[in-house]
Write a protein that binds this ligand. Sequence first.
Ligand code: IVH
Length: 661
Amino acid sequence: MVQKRMQELIKIINQAAYEYYTLDKPSISDQEYDRYMQELINLEEKHPDLVLPNSPTHRVGGEVIAEFNKVVHDKPMLSLSNVFNEEEIVSFDERIKKEGIKPQYVCELKIDGLSVSLIYEKGILIKAATRGDGVTGEDITHNVKTIKTIPLELPEKIDLEVRGEIYMSKNAFSLLNAERERQGLDVFANPRNAAAGSVRQLDSKIAASRNLDCFLYHLPNALEMGIHTHWEALSYMKKLGFKVNPNISIVNNLNELLSYINNWTEKRDALPYEIDGIVIKLNDLDKQIVLGSTVKYPKWATAYKFPAMEVLTKLKDIVFSVGRTGQVTPNAVLEPVRLMGSVISRTTLHNEDYVKEKDLKIGDIVAIKKAGDVIPEVTKAIKERRTGLEKDFSMIKVCPICNQPLIRKENEAIYYCLNPHCDARKVEALCHFVSRKAMNIEGFGDRIIEDFYNMGYLKDFTDFYKLHTQKEELMELEGFGERSINNLLQEIENSKNNSLENLLFALGIRHVGSKTAKILAQKYINIDNLMKASVEDLASTKDIGEVIAQSVHDYFSDTTKVDLITNLKKLGLNMTYKGTEVVANPFFNGKTFVLTGTLNSITREEAKAFIEKCGGNVSSSVSSKTSAVIVGDNPGSKYDKALELGISIVKEEEFLKQLQE
Ligand code: IVH
C-alpha cells in the first residue's frame, strides 16, 4: 500500500518536474507540487528501506561520497576537431565529399560546459560519469541526480546510454558569484568552471544548490537501436524526456551551414547560456561509420570556434617576472575583465619593445584580444581616453628578485638576469624540470616547488632524486600525507626511465625546446656522444642552426653542467634515447629478411621489432626478393628454399652481432 502510494507520488512529481523544468510548461501549481513532495518525504522518512532510485528526493542532494570511482566508458567519449574560418569549414566538407558522400549536416550550438555520459538500466538512471581522458571518467551519479532536467526514470524500461553537456546558465552563474563575493569566497572565472567545480564535489548538496542544467546531444548506440540519422536520435532523446537544445537545424549545403553559423554568431550573447562555437555533424549514421574516427575525434563532425573577441579594460600596472633562463618579462596588471568566458587580470607584455611599440602607459585604457584557448593579448592603447594622469613605462635596470643588474643582449629584445643564484631563476628552472614535456613528474605544482625550494629541500635538479631520503620529514609537512608523498616519490622514481630527449629538454639549455631535444636525442643516442659533439657536428644536424649548436656546446663546456650530468647519472637517470624511430643499420636497412627455426636469445617478435627498428622488413616466405634468411635451431622448409635459391643464410650469433652494431 505504502509502496504503491510512493510510486504514484514519484510518477506525479517527476512528470510535473519534466513539464516545469524541461518543457517550461508547468501543469500543476507550486503549492500542489510542494504538497506531493512533502508527502513523499514523510513516507520515505518512515520507510527508508523503500526509497526508490527514481525518487525525486534524490534531487535535493544529501548523498556524500568518500572518493570518485573510476568509470570505463563502453565506447570512448571522443572530443571534436576544431575549425576556425570559412576555408577550414570548406575543407572539412570537401574531405567528406571525397569519400563519395553527399553530406547533410545537423548544426548544433556548442554548449560551454562539461560532457557527461548517462547510463540507464531498465529505464532507471544508474550511472553518470565525466569524460575524463575519454576512456575512463569519474562517477558523478550522486551530483547528476540533482540536475532537475535529467530524468531519473524513462518512460520505457530500456537500457540506454546518452551523452551531453552539463552547464550553468549565465543567470545561475551571476547569482552564484554574487553570493560567493558576499561570503568573501573566490568567484568562478566562467560558467564552465563553475559547472565543472560543482560536479566535482563529494557532497551532492553542493551540486544541488548550484542550479546546473544539461543538454543531451549524442546517442552512442543509435544504430544498434534501429536509428539511422542523428536528427532521429535527437528526436528520440526528446521523446524520452531528455532536454535537447531547441536551436538545432538540418543544413543541406555549405550556404545553409554558413548562414546558421552567422546567425548564431550574432545571436549568441542573447542566449541564456554560454556557447563557444557551432558543432557540425554528418546526419547519416551509416555514413558516420564509413568515415570513422581518429583516437581523439570523429571524422564525421567538427566544431567551428567563434573568432577572437576584444574588450577594453584599464592597465593598472606593469610588473616584472623572471623566467628560468633569467629572462625578465613585463606583465600587464589589468582591471579584471570577462572575455570569452574567462576573467582576465594579468597577461604577458613579452618585452620592452612590445610595450614601446604599442606606446602603452600605466593607467591607459587598453584593448585585450583573445582567440580560443590562447593567451590574451594587449593589442593597443585607446589614446583618446587618456586623461594626462597616465605614467610612462620604463624598463627596470636590475632584477626584481636579486637586484643584480640586467643585461640586454645584442640583437635581442629581452633583458636577462644573469645571476645563476637568483632565486626566481632557480625556482622557474625547477618548475620547468618537472613539467610534462620535460621529466613529466606529476604532483609538483609551482607552489610546491617554490615551498620546497624555500625550505631547502630542492636546490638543484639532483635534489629531486634525493627527496626519498627525507620522506619522514616531508610527510610531516602541512598538506602532505604518506600517500601524497609516496605518489610524488614514485613519480620521481619513474622519471628516471625517461628517454634522453625528456632530460635534454628538462635541463633548460637555451634554445633547446622539446622538438630540438628530440632531434638531438635521435642523432646522438646517448648523452656522452652529445657532450663530445663539436659545434660543427651539431650544426650539421637537420633543423639545428648555428645558434642552437653553439648554445648546446656552451652548455656542455661548463664544468658545473658536466658535474650535474655526472651526478644525475649516479642517481640512476637514463641518458639514452629510447624512441621507436628507425635507426638505420646498413646490414638491415632497406632489406627483407625471413626468420626460421627457434631463436635462443630473443623471441620472434623481438627479432622482428629489432629488424624493423634498424630499417629492415620481415617477410613470412622466401623468394628471390629475400635478402637473407635468419636461421635458429631446427629450421623448417624456408631454410631449404633459401639454399635452393642461393639466398644468404645468417646464423643467430651473426644476427645478434649485427644488431649490436
Ligand atoms: S558532440 C562524438 N555536440 O564540445 C560526439 N559536443 O570540444 C562528440 N560540446 O567534448 C561531442 N556542445 O563536451 C557535441 N552540441 C554538442 C556539443 C558538444 C558542447 C562539447 C563536448 C565535447 C567538446 C569538444
